[in-house]
Design a protein around this ligand. Structure first.
Ligand code: ADP
Ligand code: MG
Length: 368
């Protein structure tokens, strides 16, 4: 009996209103298995007594079916209204939502170095997750070079604001999108200072009508300087994905990226090696390791973080990005399947982490 098997069984317990399973919703917490006893907390937002006991008996039923009726279950029920998106009433007024309310997982995609394919990875992961049925948002806070508008063919689009003066994200390929590039002139971005970035990032999270999201992918500016540190301290991140090429210089910077997230206690979900090798279309069995071989995998094992996979240098990746259609939208390209595999592996890792997370403690947000 293992954590993975228990989670897999619990994925058959569905919350009827959203149609999503309780693992995906992040309701299973503090899961432990000890001496044949499965123990966890059900963190149900705003539970009525009858609803929570229904969920609990569904859990008992499915785990009993899976592991036999003599398995010992210790299930307790908790609710953390602030954590899970209830509107607080203070003196009859609705409090402002916390940044990230209604969003189950916020994942940063980061790199030490620019040009390694961070935005390419972020957009393809987002589209792959949407294709797999998740509710996904992608927010581009790369103030130096916002490329999400180009990669989604939305260079001239402008998001609207609703009656409550909340930003309505754009939507394409099933992904809700917001980019610094929609709102500011990139040529002026170089003079941005930390506090301006922080307030813009906060607005992207608090004043935006994301709706309920399973994942919000955040494309960070390259590097590990003050701006990056400020952003990762402003946002309640669940984890980070580091993108690197196999090159020595890129790896050195990827190491700094891992260090930055360790410093602020954001779990590094893993490293993706981009531009790992080149395969000429006419020689499909050949792999040319233009930037060196296996560097990111070795770095991941050295730093004891997961290695999430390799993306080859592929003409279609670049062409699709330039045309505003992330390559994942074209299933005839083998690299599309590679991105999807990495995305689904990431989901498993995030869900497994969430199931071990404390039910009461909110994710730390430091203010720098
Ligand atoms: N695996 C790949 N194969 C081919 N071209 C790629 C690949 N990954 C990224 N690119 C291209 O490299 C350039 C930089 O990628 P980008 O995602 O914008 O990097 P970053 O966001 O890290 O600055 C873009 O033109 C992109 O299309
Ligand atoms: Mg970029």
């Amino acid at each position: 009996m293992q954590i993975d098997q228990v989670l897999e069984a619990l994925r058959s317990v569905i919350e009827p209103e959203s149609g999503k399973n309780i693992v995906r919703l992040g309701w299973v917490r503090e899961l432990t298995i000890e001496a044949g006893k499965i123990r966890f907390i059900l963190l149900i937002p705003d539970p009525t007594l009858s609803f929570s006991s229904e969920v609990e008996s569904a859990c008992r039923r499915t785990l009993g079916n899976q592991f036999g009726t003599d398995v010992v279950l210790d299930i307790s029920i908790d609710s953390d209204m602030i954590d899970l998106g209830m509107d607080l009433q203070i003196d009859g007024q609705e409090a402002k939502p916390e940044p990230g309310e209604g969003i189950t997982n916020i994942i940063a995609v980061a790199s030490g170095k620019g040009g390694v394919g961070k935005s390419t990875v972020a957009s393809n992961l987002a589209v792959a997750l949407a294709g797999a049925g998740f509710d996904v948002g992608l927010v581009d806070v790369d103030i130096y070079g916002p490329s999400i508008p180009t990669m989604f063919g939305l260079e001239t689009a402008k998001p609207r604001v609703n009656d409550q003066r909340r930003i309505i994200p754009l939507e394409k390929y099933g992904v809700k999108l917001l980019s610094m590039g929609f709102l500011v002139d990139p040529d002026k971005a170089v003079i941005w200072r930390g506090p301006m970035v922080t307030s813009a990032v906060k607005q992207f999270l608090s004043d935006t009508e994301w709706g309920k999201l399973d994942f919000l992918i955040m494309d960070l500016p390259p590097g590990t300087g003050d701006i990056q540190l400020t952003i990762v301290q402003t946002v309640p991140l669940n984890g980070a994905v580091i993108v690197s090429t196999p090159q020595r210089v890129a790896l050195a910077d990827a190491r700094k990226g891992v260090g930055m997230f360790n410093q602020v206690h954001v779990p590094v979900l893993g490293i993706v090696e981009n531009m790992a090798y080149f395969t000429p279309p006419e020689l499909p069995e050949k792999k040319y390791y233009l930037f060196g071989q296996g560097g990111a995998r070795a770095l991941a094992s050295e730093l004891d973080v997961p290695f999430l996979g390799e993306i080859p240098l592929t003409q279609s990746v670049r062409e699709n990005a330039d045309q505003g259609t992330p390559v994942v939208t074209d299933p005839t390209q083998p690299v599309a399947a590679t991105f999807t595999e990495i995305a689904l592996d990431l989901v498993d890792r995030v869900e497994a982490r969430n199931a071990l997370r404390p039910a009461t403690q909110k994710i730390d947000i430091l203010h720098g």
